[in-house]
Design a protein around this ligand. Structure first.
Ligand code: CMC
Length: 441
């Protein structure tokens, strides 16, 4: 393959020349340059012109879509939403403002912000009949199992926002999902611990209302600590979107067939649940508990290096970040101060995590493979200190990521080149062979 850059007047048109050494045929593929990031070869004509597919398990070098929402520079540890750095959003913004930004492409002015907050607030209740869904689950069901089922069931309740060809209905579905996800998440938690559901309160802000529905009970009126509410809001911001990760790609792929938005988001939740993705925050805490003390760290690092041992250092490594995950950096910075404000002193798991990170980062295996802590490494410690059981960690991730999923889903539906997602394969099974009757086998 040859990579050439041609200049036509002021506009630079780049192409990638592909030569098939078997047939001698040559194809010039257009190369596109995004606002940021590496150039992208448009290979759509490869099959029609050369009769060839590309092979890329795990999509390590494949761009599945064009997007204007989120940009990641994995080598530099940069994460931008609509051009704004995650560090700035975490410091100066709030979650609903970030939701607006992801959905509409710009930061809201005062009137837009008030209007959006009001809209989301008015959608926080779920249909009363949805309560009965919960009682269909075993009382000790994992809250993520409940989330997958109940969010999918929203398709059966909100028929007036499932026509994906109607922009208004698409927007209503987006608002409903952002608004109702905290209510459903809190209900999943309450159900799993056998406490009554708490209705949302429209006088509370988004994160505060979620903490109220999660930790309050009808027989008391506990005030949500502003420190906790701010920490929760910041955690939501840090998880809001992350371009074409596994769950987002799942949402896009499910939606590409024209499926309704609630069903697509349920598919995203299912994908997020895995320990290699959003389930890692739960796995990190379990791992830290299993390690138990600093003197056992070398033993676990040895296991992580061992190719014959399936153990991996949870919360370490990332497909895209080959430098520090900027979300982990923000979380690490805030963990200490939040624990301090919560009155949690010398949290042993935090001490253990810091030491694990220190030793792993000095280890040649992790250095060579550029494995750094990711967002899940510190989030669990913070969430545990805030009172969440480990089984709720991935639920919180799903709650926050819903806006990213729905913004990406909308962008896909509104993209004129959108087609049903349908990858091809390298077939290595049996070639065509004659059928053998049962008696002759
Ligand atoms: N512990 C030990 N070795 C690791 C780890 C780890 N956590 N992560 C990657 N490696 C090794 C891997 O074995 C491979 O080694 P080699 O080149 O010798 O075969 C090399 O590093 C490259 O890894 P990979 O598996 O090819 O990388 P990937 O991009 O396919 O996987 C990952 C990315 C996040 C799934 C993986 O790093 C991992 O399993 N990490 C632990 C789970 C985790 O923390 N997931 C949360 C990701 S961030 C939040 C989210 O997306 O939800």
């Amino acid at each position: 393959m040859n990579d050439t850059s041609k200049t036509a007047g002021a506009a630079a048109t780049q192409t990638l020349t592909v030569t098939d050494n078997v047939t001698g045929k040559t194809l010039e593929l257009p190369v596109r340059q995004g606002t940021e990031g590496p150039r992208v070869a448009d290979i759509r004509r490869l099959y029609s012109d050369l009769g060839m597919f590309t092979y890329d398990p795990g999509f390590t070098a494949t761009g599945s879509c064009e997007s204007k929402i989120t940009y990641i520079d994995g080598d530099e540890g940069v994460l931008l939403h609509r051009g704004y750095a995650i560090e700035d959003l975490a410091e100066h913004s709030d979650f609903l403002e970030v939701c607006f930004l992801l959905l509409y492409g710009h930061l809201p002015d005062r009137a837009e912000k008030e209007d959006f907050e009001q809209t989301i607030t008015m959608h926080t209740m779920v249909h009363e009949q949805m309560r009965t869904f919960f009682s269909g689950f075993r009382r000790d069901a994992h809250p993520m199992a409940i989330m997958v089922g109940v969010v999918g069931a929203m398709s059966a309740f909100y028929h007036d926002s499932t026509d994906i060809d109607d922009p208004y209905q698409r927007m209503v579905a987006s608002h409903r999902l952002i608004a109702k996800m905290p209510t459903i998440a809190a209900m999943a938690y309450k159900y799993s611990i056998g406490q009554p559901f708490m209705y949302p309160r429209n006088d509370l802000r988004y994160a505060e209302n979620f903490l109220h529905m999660t930790f309050n009970v009808p027989c008391a009126d506990l005030r949500v600590s502003p420190v906790l509410a701010r920490a929760m809001d910041r955690i939501f911001i840090l998880h809001a979107d992350h371009e074409q990760n596994a769950s987002t790609s799942t949402v896009r792929l499910a939606g590409s067939s024209g499926a309704n938005p609630f069903a697509c988001i349920a598919a995203g939740i299912a994908s997020l649940w895995g320990p290699a993705h959003g389930g890692a925050n739960e796995a990190v805490l379990n791992m830290l508990r299993e390690i138990g003390s600093k003197d056992r760290i070398p033993e676990f690092l040895k296991r992580a290096r061992d190719k014959d041992d399936p153990f991996r250092l949870m919360g370490f490594g990332h497909r895209v970040y080959k430098n520090y995950d900027p979300r982990a950096a923000v979380l690490k910075d805030s963990t200490d101060s939040v624990l301090d404000e919560l009155g949690v002193r010398n949290e042993p798991l935090l001490e253990l995590a810091l030491e694990l990170e220190r030793i792993a980062r000095e280890d040649e295996y992790f250095q060579k493979r550029k494995l750094f802590p990711n967002v899940d490494f510190y989030s669990g410690i913070l969430l545990q200190a805030m009172g969440f059981p480990t089984s709720m960690f991935t639920v919180l991730f799903a709650l926050a990521r819903t806006v990213g999923w729905i913004a990406q889903w909308k962008e896909m539906i509104e993209d004129p080149v959108q087609k049903i997602g349908r990858p091809r394969q390298l077939y290595t099974g049996e070639a065509r062979r004659p059928f053998v009757p049962l008696g002759a086998r």
